[in-house]
Design a protein around this ligand. Structure first.
Ligand code: ATP
Ligand code: MG
Length: 494
């Protein structure tokens, strides 16, 4: 069941101020001078009436949009104009506002492509080919009607009612360009609108057509959904209208709460969405939000039941981390350090919570800090968001221990500074001290030193680490060279 949650107050008086602005005055002036009807249209008009900020403004002219843009830019001293011949559009910057012009057009589509045949048309033709009535609103900049809303499809009423409706029959609109189905869910999530029920049914019927849309365009809309205040709304819509399975089947597999011998497990689809919404309340970071989406992604693949332990998902964090590149590759998301950040968080997401279940030792905290490095804050946000237990007692205990852990982390971080810890002894040091070539002994000694520091046996200090290196070498049957009893100056090379 869709719920309307939008809370905008429509205010059409905001339209009145438009003609006071230099940009709109210039367009109106040129429209009159050239006898070319011109209109502001689309997202800008929608957002103006809703009172949302908007940094790009689209204009449509009944004529040559590219030539018209040149004259307006010249009048405003806002050149250069960037012309995109293939799209018939022209763009320039006016201050920090991106201004785009296009000639009004009529479109007809073929079945296997979202690239239409285009011919010149009227403003109404142009409005008709837009995705939703609320995105088809235009403001006239023409003499006699300047400042008036041009609304042949009832967009203003839909904006007021909070409804996403297509100007044409929804099957035509969605089939012509299936990306619009993703946009429907995106706007519903962003604006708190509902998708008009006939439109919703049409999306279900046409969901399979998403196959002709590139992964890049799909992930652009998906990321916009993820960046809203409450992305769970969008994911549930994507599932309900059959789009999610087209590009993200792993996420759907999280659905379901199985029961055996009277023991159940939680539905990981809803759990994940809860974690995602929780993260969104704390952070705007897209990739941290992605980590929330993927933190339990391998639970279906690692799920086991045995009567002694009930349901287990052993290793889901590691398997999940290995699934991240596959999913990112398919969605054409970046395969760079942002993906690695998501991977690291998925791999580590159980670490803090496991610490909150037991007595926290300095040593465990140091290890967590060392392993998480600069991701520690993000990891702690994810971990806090992951506490969704319905058992209030359990939840309370976890939260208390979580607070304790946060406190301990700050304390240990300040005392020992192990977050970006560089071992005080390098491999080169070991080779010099013992007069040896690269071999396994070097790695073994380095691990002993690292563990000793993280366990608090020695401090993160070169002299103490040097001594431990000598002792460990001896224990393993290697005598240091003469004159190596005291630390030599730190070597730069590893
Ligand atoms: P936002 O800028 O927040 O993403 P928007 O509605 O302004 O939202 P844009 O992609 O900037 O979206 O597009 C501007 C306008 O172009 C839209 O308001 C709509 O009228 C039209 N439009 C964009 N994409 C499509 C599409 N796939 N099908 C039909 N019309 C579209
Ligand atoms: Mg826009």
């Amino acid at each position: 069941m869709q719920q309307r949650t939008h809370s905008f107050t429509l205010d059409t008086s905001r339209l009145d101020g438009v003609l006071d602005q230099p940009l709109f005055r210039a367009v109106a002036w040129e429209a009159k001078a050239q006898g070319v009807p011109a209109f502001a249209i689309g997202g800008y008009v929608r957002d103006l009436i809703l009172g949302r900020p908007c940094k790009d403004i689209d204009f449509v002219v009944e004529g040559d949009g590219m030539a018209f843009a040149q004259t307006v830019a010249k009048r405003l001293k806002a050149e250069p104009v960037h012309v995109f011949k293939n799209f018939g559009t022209a763009m320039f910057m006016f201050g920090d506002v991106q201004v785009e012009f296009v000639g009004a057009r009529k479109e007809s589509y073929t079945r296997d492509s979202r690239k239409p045949e285009v011919e010149p048309g009227t403003i109404k033709d142009d409005q008709e080919r837009r995705d939703f009535t609320i995105n088809a609103l235009a403001i006239s900049l023409n003499e006699g009607s300047a400042g008036a809303l041009v609304d042949p499809f009832g967009g203003l009423l839909d904006l007021d009612r909070g409804i996403l409706r297509t100007p044409l029959g929804p099957d035509i609109t969605y089939s012509d360009d299936p990306l619009r189905m993703m946009r429907a869910v995106r706007f519903a999530t962003q604006l708190g609108f509902i998708i008009d029920p006939p439109s919703f049914e049409a999306i279900k019927r046409n969901a399979e057509r998403l196959n002709i849309i590139s992964a890049e365009r799909i992930h652009t809309e998906l990321n916009k959904i993820i960046l809203t205040k409450k992305p769970s709304v969008g994911f549930i819509l994507l599932r309900d209208c059959g789009l999610l399975e087209r590009f993200f089947p792993e996420f759907l597999e999280l659905q379901g709460a199985e029961e055996k011998d009277g023991i159940g497990h939680k539905d990981n689809f809803y759990h994940t969405l809860q974690v995602l919404d929780n993260v969104c309340a704390k952070s705007d970071d897209l990739w941290l939000r992605w980590a929330a989406i993927l933190h339990d992604i391998a639970k279906p693949k690692t799920k086991r039941f045995d009567p002694a332990h009930g349901w287990t998902f052993h290793g889901h964090e590691d398997k999940g981390a290995r699934m991240v590149p596959q999913i990112f590759r398919r969605l054409k998301l970046p395969l760079d350090e942002q993906m690695r950040f998501v991977q690291d968080l998925v791999a580590m997401h159980l670490r803090p919570i496991s610490l909150t279940k037991e007595e926290v030792t300095d040593s465990a905290v140091r290890r967590l800090l060392f392993d998480a490095g600069n991701n520690i804050e993000a990891l702690m946000i994810l971990c806090r968001a992951d506490i969704t237990s319905k058992n209030e007692k359990k939840k309370e205990r976890y939260l208390r221990n979580y607070e304790l852990l946060i406190h301990k982390l700050a304390e240990v971080e300040q005392k020992d500074q192990v977050r970006n810890f560089q071992p005080p002894i390098t491999g080169q040091d070991v080779m010099t001290a013992f007069g040896i070539e690269p071999c396994k002994l070097i790695g073994d000694i380095k691990i002993v030193i690292k563990d000793a520091i993280l366990d608090g046996v020695i401090q993160n200090d070169r002299a103490q680490a040097w001594q431990l290196m000598l002792d460990t070498g001896r224990k393993l049957g290697k005598e240091p060279l003469a004159g190596m009893e005291a630390p030599i100056p730190a070597s730069v090379a590893e």
